[in-house]
Structures are given as structure tokens and as C-alpha cells.
Design a protein around this ligand. Structure first.
Ligand SMILES: N[C@@H](CCC(=O)N[C@@H](CS)C(=O)NCC(=O)O)C(=O)O
Length: 224
């Protein structure tokens, strides 16, 4: 069933990881895949541009259906393979409301994280402003406190005790926090969430290969 699916992806990219977790959860192993190098600009190759004119990853195809947005691909997979593998959208209105809310808040969380960890990458040295760095860090701290509070209420996963699309979307962001040196002691609920999910089979099977190859990450977030 997965043979007519193709995924172009990059190691460590949270959006790519979301799609890979969803594919695993829906038992869609065996899809065609190509791991591309951002450094070598392989995401701007003709093969990717044919699927995704922005030249971004993930770029995903199922038959003739193109889904090059991670959220779109994950919703599609859940809806097309509803009765296969894990059920990722709960039925209850209260659970669904929290799930949708957390999924989309997850985009803000990812943006605020990106503003801190990619600052040096995007802003040339002479143009970096201490005030912007401070504001970006403060924005990230606000997010971390919010997510600590959410996890404090739910206890384990983002929507109560079952794994949902909210976890598919947000876990890769949380894993990046630790890859970039967040203190587990300062944010204990996030640390417990990370510890709970990091060995889940779908997550383990799709763990970024370069993180396995080079287990030591960066310490960008150590003082956050
Ligand atoms: N909204 C897209 C974002 C995808 C995205 O930003 N991908 C990054 C890698 S994490 C990328 O391809 N960046 C290269 C570029 O924009 O040229 C999604 O959720 O799939």
C-alpha cells in the first residue's frame, strides 16, 4: 500500500519527522524515500521542485496526490488510513478541541524555537542585535512555560493519555529542544514528555540519522 508513496526528507527537520512518525503510526512502512542534504542544497533539485515549487522538505506524494506541507500530509494519512494503525484523531469533542488547539499552537512553538536556534545561521554576525536575541529567548521561555503548564494538566501526552496528531506535530520540536541543550531540570514536564515518547516505536524508527551518528548536539539553549 505504501509502495506508491514517495517522501523526500532531510535529517533533523521537524516537519519531515512529523510525516515520518505519521507514516509509521499508520503502518505505512515501505514507502519510497530519499534522504536529501540541506548543506548540498539537494532540496532545490529538479526532483523536489517538481513536487514542491518552494524546494522545501518534506515533499510527499501518494500516487498523483502531492502533499508538501507536513500538517497536510499527516491529516491526509490519518484520513485515508483511518482504520489502519493508531487512531490519531480522538472522537470526543473535548479531546478533539485540545488536539487541534495544541497542534496549531505547535507551529508557534516551533517558530519561537527556530528564532533562537537558527539566529546565527540566518543573521550575519555584524547584524545581530542583543535586543533581538533577548526578545527571541524571552519568547521561547514564554512558550516553554506554556507547554509545561499544558503537560502538567494532561499528565502524559498532549491530549490526556493517548497519542494523537498533536504529539506527532509537537514531539519533533520537543526533541529539538534537547538536541540544542535545554535543561531537563528547569522544565521537568517537558523532560518527562520527551522521556515518555522518545522510545515509542514510530519515533525511534524515524529518529534523525545524523543524531544517531553524532549523538552530541549543541548547547545553544543551556541558559534558557
Ligand atoms: N510549512 C512546511 C515547512 C517546511 C520547511 O520549512 N522545511 C525546511 C526544512 S525544516 C526547508 O525545507 N527549508 C529549506 C528552504 O526553505 O529552502 C511544512 O510544515 O512542511
Amino acid at each position: 500500500m505504501a509502495e506508491n508513496m514517495t517522501l523526500f526528507w532531510g535529517s533533523g527537520s521537524a516537519p519531515c519527522w512529523r510525516v515520518m512518525i505519521a507514516l509509521e503510526e499508520k503502518n505505512l512502512q515501505g514507502y519510497k524515500q530519499k534522504l536529501l542534504s540541506f548543506e548540498k542544497l539537494e532540496h532545490k533539485s529538479p526532483d523536489v521542485l517538481a513536487v514542491n515549487p518552494r524546494g522545501q522538505l518534506p515533499s510527499f506524494k501518494h500516487g498523483d496526490n502531492i502533499l508538501n506541507e507536513s500538517y497536510a500530509a499527516c491529516f491526509y494519512l490519518e484520513n485515508q488510513f483511518k482504520s489502519q494503525g493508531s487512531k490519531l484523531i480522538p472522537d470526543g469533542p473535548a479531546e478533539q478541541a485540545i488536539m487541534y488547539q495544541r497542534m496549531f499552537e505547535g507551529l508557534t512553538f516551533y517558530d519561537k524555537l527556530g528564532a533562537v536556534i537558527y539566529h546565527e545561521y540566518y543573521v550575519p554576525e555584524g547584524e545581530r542585535l542583543a535586543s533581538a536575541i533577548k526578545r527571541n529567548c524571552q519568547n521561547l521561555i514564554t512558550e516553554l512555560q506554556l507547554w509545561e503548564g499544558y503537560l502538567d494538566k494532561t499528565g502524559s501526552h498532549l491530549v490526556g493519555s493517548s497519542f494523537t496528531l498533536a504529539d506527532v506535530m509537537v514531539f519533533p520540536t520537543v526533541a529539538n529542544l534537547y538536541r540544542f541543550g535545554l535543561s531537563p531540570e528547569r522544565y521537568p514536564k517537558l523532560a518527562a514528555y520527551y522521556a515518555l515518547l522518545k522510545d515509542r516505536p514510530s519515533i525511534k524508527a524515524s529518529w534523525p540519522p545524523h543524531w544517531l551518528e553524532y549523538p552530541k548536539g549543541q548547547d545553544t539553549l543551556k541558559d534558557i
